[in-house]
Design a protein around this ligand. Structure first.
Ligand SMILES: Cc1cc2nc3c(=O)[nH]c(=O)nc-3n(C[C@H](O)[C@H](O)[C@H](O)COP(=O)(O)O)c2cc1C
Length: 187
């Protein structure tokens, strides 16, 4: 059976490195795993007043989360944290109260930056939040990619063998991590 992974980019920028990295992950997915990148740009800001009559983009997000076997978050680093658009999507996926759709889904976080730290601060802030919403986050291997412009061309094709190997290695571990929970789910 096909494993459905939903994936979120924390950058809305057209030429976003984070989105290009996520697309490279999508292209590199192992056989049997499909990755759908979810558009979070139309979600309203989190607001409990909207919960009585959920806006359509929130309903769409809820449907995508419900149908997914696993989740990938790709984040840029904003002031040593992850981006607000990603937090907004995570918050909506956990609401209204008692309706946390993230719980018990296997997940991984990948981070990149054009500079030296590879979004280390962002990934680690995000880890704290995904633990709370009870996603089963893969602890190891971690994925931080520094100086990302050296790893891809302008279209986002990975041009460096070490980077493609890094992506493949992360997929191998994440595929096994997903399988661990899928096999328990089916028992
Ligand atoms: C509000 C803001 C804060 C930022 N803070 C950091 C930071 O703390 N660390 C860092 O390495 N880069 C920081 N940057 C630079 C981003 O890493 C860079 O713009 C990156 O390309 C954003 O990801 P994207 O290409 O996916 O849009 C910041 C950028 C913005 C817009």
């Amino acid at each position: 059976m096909e494993t459905k992974v939903i994936a979120f980019s924390g950058s809305l920028r057209k030429e976003s490195y984070t989105t290009k990295l996520l697309k490279a992950f999508q292209k590199s997915a192992p056989v049997g795993i499909t990755v759908e990148i979810i558009d979070i740009s139309t979600l309203p800001f989190i607001n409990e007043d909207l919960e009585a009559d959920l806006p359509q983009p929130v309903k769409d997000l809820h449907a995508k989360i419900k149908s997914a076997d696993a989740v990938i978050f790709a984040t840029p680093e904003y002031n040593r944290s992850y981006s607000p658009v990603l937090k907004n999507a995570i918050d909506w996926g956990s609401r209204p109260e008692g309706n946390n759709l993230w719980k018990t889904k296997p997940a991984t976080i990948i981070g990149c930056s054009p500079y030296s730290l590879g979004a280390f601060g962002a990934v680690n802030h995000l880890r704290q939040v995904v633990l709370y919403v009870n996603l089963y986050i893969m602890q190891q291997p971690e994925f931080y990619l520094s100086f990302i412009a050296d790893s891809m061309d302008e279209q986002g094709n990975i041009t460096k063998k070490e980077t493609q190997d890094f992506i493949n290695g992360h997929w191998k571990a994440f595929g096994e991590w997903i399988e661990k929970f899928n096999s328990t789910k089916n028992n």
